[in-house]
Design a protein around this ligand. Sequence first.
Ligand SMILES: Cc1cc2nc3c(=O)[nH]c(=O)nc-3n(C[C@H](O)[C@H](O)[C@H](O)COP(=O)(O)O)c2cc1C
Length: 369
Amino acid sequence: MTSQPQASTVQPLLQPVRLGALELPNGIVMAPMTRARAQNADLAPSDLTATATYYAQRAGAGLIVTEGTWVSKDAIGYINVPGIYTDAQTAGWTEVTEAVHEAGGRIVSQLGHVGAVSHPDHLGGRLPAGPSAVNPGEKSFTPTGPKDTLTPRAFTAAEIAGTIAAYRHAAENARRAGFDGLEIHAQGSHLIPQFLNPRLNQRTDAYGGTSEKRAQFLLDVLDAVSDVWGSDRVGVKLSPYWSVGAFTADEETLADYDQLLKKLGGSNLAYLHLLGSPGTLEERIAVFSRYRAHYQGNIVANLGFTQELGNEILHHQIVDAVSFGAPFIANPDLVERFTHGYPLAEGNRDTYYAGHTEGYTDYPAFSAN
Ligand SMILES: Cc1cc2nc3c(=O)[nH]c(=O)nc-3n(C[C@H](O)[C@H](O)[C@H](O)COP(=O)(O)O)c2cc1C
């Protein structure tokens, strides 16, 4: 590994990059982070415009991806997380995009749905639905604490069509709210990876049975939202190496992702936001080289990157930008800190997913005094 570039040399992370129709002044993306501050009955971004302040403070990022937001009432899987399916929510997000643009930033909305990982406590007592009636074996964070997931109902064909329509409607709201684009949340144990997963998707219709058919739901969602936005303002976040509960990455599932990446190469997307697996620079290069072999469009690399690892992987020209999640929580001025070699602050994990402004908008920019 080479040594950390000095502040006086141009770091690859600080170079402008174009992701589809999105022009970024630097290659440092703020990864989507649920902060659970929507403590209001509307599930609008937050009271007191705290959310607008939070994102505007981080507008130095080349691109901000919002926290995952619900595309419908049925999509809900955690408490106090905002949606983008009502007018009140869209009005709240408009405040956010205006504040970020005013501060000189760019922001895309992350659209999510948890499917089978929801719980009747989120859904007025109704059983959640997933690709098939298979319990994902996860926890759902309900108003009365974490609870085990249940065996869901299998989506009917009409519900699949309705869910794709909900993504389209949310995409329209995101346009009305003034976002610069969209990111589809297809990471972890969310609904889209449930469809991609051979253990959870045992359908025998157009949406299951083969790797290609398991990918159809994602492709249909992408068609619907690209219709609204143009595909060059749409990104997708995927986590092929995710290994929690029913999501055990193995050679079969990784080979499915290879095929999916190849297929997505024809979609003219702004970017794929890809989680690697933690490891050394060499291990990261191996994982992202595998992605690159199958996908020639723009790749935003994520998971446990430091400034040094980010500069190195860009230097090797395997990916196009790097995203940082946790480091943005306590370092609103992360790009400035990387630029000047300022030290990084440590975030308080107790306030990652709870509270009001504490641990949210009260982390200061670096000051030498
Ligand atoms: C507090 C917190 C909330 C997160 N919420 C989301 C989310 O809503 N959507 C998503 O795709 N990833 C979410 N993530 C994952 C991050 O986007 C990112 O993939 C992860 O933190 C790894 O990047 P890092 O090592 O730079 O933090 C969250 C991570 C954290 C720390």
